[in-house]
Design a protein around this ligand. Structure first.
Ligand code: 13P
Length: 248
């Protein structure tokens, strides 16, 4: 049985006072049947971990370097993220693929480094609007999944997030059939590669998840949670999404 996951990606937003929302989440969800994760910007990770003390809320980073250490100004190693007590790291977000030219091979190397450091890698994949309109979405997903997920991954060390680029921050989401189709494809591709272990790998949907569409999305087969951007910044928005997941 896969434990559902409500993950928040703060991107380059937030502040130390904004982390107070963790206190509100702790109060609202003391015994949540699903996992709750927040990924604030790296400078806030230590504060975030202090705020989650004594609660089941997990903290993760938004990126890591593929190398263990070295002359990589501005980057951080997976082991450093693990050392402070964070447990997840997002890799291959489309904003990094697009903004920094990260390739599938680089994303796989980052995921491998994360797993080697004891972190769970959240590998993001998703098609552009042009690819969706050209009916290439499924081929793109297959290729990104094959290229970005490291060998030897397991339900403990890997989460995959399907985030169609055109749905991120736009208020637009795919149809429920489209989400279901992609998630079924991801599950079957992972089964072909990892056998029964694939059944324990959590698959998240991301892209304009809001309190008013979460219930519908979480009812779909093979949607094990969400990677939420804007609506994870405030407890008032994230909490109803967590509740919808807990009910699903
Ligand atoms: P939004 O929920 O703001 O669309 O962002 C989704 C996302 O990119 C999460 O990683």
């Amino acid at each position: 049985m896969r434990r559902k996951l409500a993950a928040g990606n703060w991107k380059m937003n937030g502040s130390i006072p904004a982390l107070d929302m963790i206190g509100a989440l702790k109060l609202k969800h003391p015994e949540c049947p699903c996992d709750v994760l927040l990924c604030p910007p790296a400078p806030l990770l230590t504060h975030a971990l202090q705020n989650t003390a004594g609660s089941p809320i997990f903290i993760g980073a938004q990126d890591c370097h593929a190398e263990e250490k070295g002359a990589f100004t501005g980057d951080h190693a997976a082991a450093m993220i693990a050392e402070i007590g964070a447990t997840y790291v997002i890799v291959g977000h489309s904003e990094r693929r697009e903004g920094y030219g990260e390739t599938d091979a680089q994303v796989a190397a980052k995921a491998r480094a994360a797993q080697a450091a004891g972190l769970t890698a959240i590998v993001c994949i998703g098609e552009s609007l042009q690819q969706r309109e050209a009916e290439e979405a499924l081929d793109v997903i297959k290729a990104q999944l094959a290229g970005s997920v490291p060998d030897g991954s397991s339900g403990e060390t890997l989460v995959v997030a399907y985030e169609p680029i055109w749905a991120i921050g736009t208020g637009k989401i795919p149809t429920m059939d489209q989400i279901a189709e992609v998630h079924a494809l991801m599950r079957s591709e992972l089964q072909a590669r990892f056998g029964d272990e694939a059944d324990s790998i959590r698959l998240l949907y991301g892209g304009s998840v809001k309190p008013d569409n979460a219930t519908e999305i979480f009812a779909l087969n093979d949607v094990d949670g969400a990677l939420v951007g804007g609506a994870s910044l405030r407890a008032e928005d994230f909490s109803p999404i967590i509740e919808a997941l807990a009910r699903s």
